[in-house]
Design a protein. Structure first.
Length: 277
């Protein structure tokens, strides 16, 4: 929630009146206003007594609030798919230990992990050989790389093949079996996709925040030079496959009044906001 608090602090700073004779603001030139808005969008515009401060400050607060919400939603769904995998697909062997993202993606794509040691009664490690299992596929790959597709203990390259298998195959405690529960594996894949989507949406919002800082700084600099603001931002709802979302449309004119040698207007940019549930 630190990001959201920072955004709210920005909004507070943007609306608190500043005495024109105060010495708290040492400089009121283009560089000062530009740096203010680069650090806190809307602050430079506030010093210039311009209402556009609300656009940049409001977008900053909304973006960080959306970032926090999307990250929280992604984390909640991540907990959901970890719990679901443990309850429905994983083979319980001792205390639960959660794996990383790649582990759960693999778990959602393979019906069975296979054993890590197919005959624990024998001395040494006996790799899984069933080709329809994940671990069995890893051993077949190791044989192909180091043993020419076959081989046994004592053959040249067997130790390397075994090390390859041990490094990549899943060991006891991370094994699974979806046999007879294809729907469960598909449900796990859906939960993983939903969680990953929320995290990616949060990353997209960070891009909007960066753009807001840059545009606010440019806007403050041009205004301090007496050039009309080239930027405008419009918000509008939109319906997506996943639900109702929003879009923020940022329009920047490349042709500025009073700018010698400038061309015509440039196309607006469209920053699509993450969809809500």
């Amino acid at each position: 929630m630190n990001e959201l608090r920072a955004g709210l602090l920005l909004l507070l700073v943007a609306v608190v009146p500043v005495d024109a004779g105060s010495q708290e603001i040492a400089s009121t030139g283009p560089a000062s206003h530009t740096l203010m808005s680069l650090a806190l969008p809307g602050l430079g515009q506030h010093q210039q007594r311009r209402s556009t401060k609300w656009i940049f400050a409001g977008l900053e607060v909304a973006a960080w609030a959306m970032y926090v919400e999307r990250r929280s939603a992604g984390a909640a769904l991540r907990n959901d798919y970890r719990d679901f995998a443990w309850q429905e697909g994983r083979l319980h062997a001792g205390t639960r230990v959660d794996g990383n993202f790649d582990y759960y993606e693999t778990l959602s794509k393979w019906n069975r992990s296979g054993a890590f040691d197919r005959d624990a009664g024998q001395s040494g490690l006996q790799p899984e050989e069933a080709p329809e299992t994940f671990n069995g596929t890893i051993w077949l790959r190791a044989q192909g790389i180091f043993l020419g597709g076959g081989g046994q203990l004592g053959d040249p390259g067997f130790a390397q093949a075994l090390a390859y298998y041990e490094e990549r195959a899943y060991q006891t405690g991370f094994l699974w079996d979806w046999s007879g529960s294809t729907a469960g594996r598909e449900r796990l894949a859906e939960l993983i996709s939903d969680s990953d989507s929320r995290f990616r949406q949060a990353t997209t919002v960070v891009g909007v925040v960066i753009a807001n800082h840059l545009v606010s700084a440019v806007d403050a600099f041009l205004a301090s030079r007496g050039i009309a603001s080239p930027a405008s931002i419009d918000f509008a709802p939109r319906r997506e496959f996943a639900g109702l979302g929003w879009s923020a449309r940022l329009s920047v004119r490349l042709g500025l009044g009073g700018c010698r040698g400038c061309g015509g207007a440039g196309p607006p940019g469209d920053f699509g906001g993450p969809s809500g549930e």
